[in-house]
Design a binder for this molecule. Sequence first.
Ligand code: NAD
Ligand code: ZN
Length: 247
Amino acid sequence: MKISQRLRDALLSARRVVAFTGAGMSAESGVPTFRGHQGIWKKFRPEELASMEAFLRNPALVWEWYAARKKIIREVEPNPGHYALARMESLLPSFTIVTQNIDNLHRRAGSSTIFELHGNIERNYCIDCGAPQEEERPIPSSGTPECNECSGLVRPDVVWFGEMLPEDQWEGAERAIESADVVLSIGTSGVVYPAAGLPVRGKQRGAYTVEINPEPTELSDWMDEVVRESSAAALPALVSALERGRG
Ligand code: NAD
Ligand code: ZN
């Protein structure tokens, strides 16, 4: 795969680079995206499951969905795209991942500077007292896990539709984007706000913006360059170009 001279030069001269990632980043690991055809679980759309309203209406159903997603995520491995981003962190003066993914695969691949805008499916907390819960202890009768401190309902520590993003993660992401020389927007359809606004914010602040996605997205027209390839193919090629340029 060929990397444009312009992108190679932008990366070689950049002081700060941000990778903004979405579900497509993990597609080649075997984690279904929301908007792909595999993204439908038992005929429910994510919008019908990933909300506090849905959870309070039917916590067992929502937990069944998360249990299925947790199982997939535990069984998969990071793909060459995740490993390439971890390698970039060691090749560039400053490299930050801002992810909408909840699957923990960036960390498992070895990246360390990561802002998780939508939480992490490996964590849970109690909706009554807020206590973090190490593991789910489902109540056999209901299938819903219960808080080990106050017996309240336990939920996954992910951001649902209509909820605020975790403030520290959002502020860290904004800071990184606003000072970036290059922003790579990878595997995201760019429809979930406020996260989707970040690549354009980077561009307005002078970053060179590049989309890596086999399909056009809502963000494509805003980008300085688009790479119509999968992340597991494009990112290792980008790392090779960077290594050759450095060497
Ligand atoms: P999305 O499902 O809306 O869009 C996925 C995008 O990835 C599409 O544009 C698609 O063309 C692209 N894509 C598919 N395969 C790709 C590949 N191999 N390489 C590069 N790009 C590829 O995802 P989104 O924009 O992240 O928004 C969905 C929301 O759902 C996010 O907020 C996220 O938190 C959540 N989500 C997370 C996961 C996860 O953690 N892995 C999975 C599904 C959904
Ligand atoms: Zn509690």
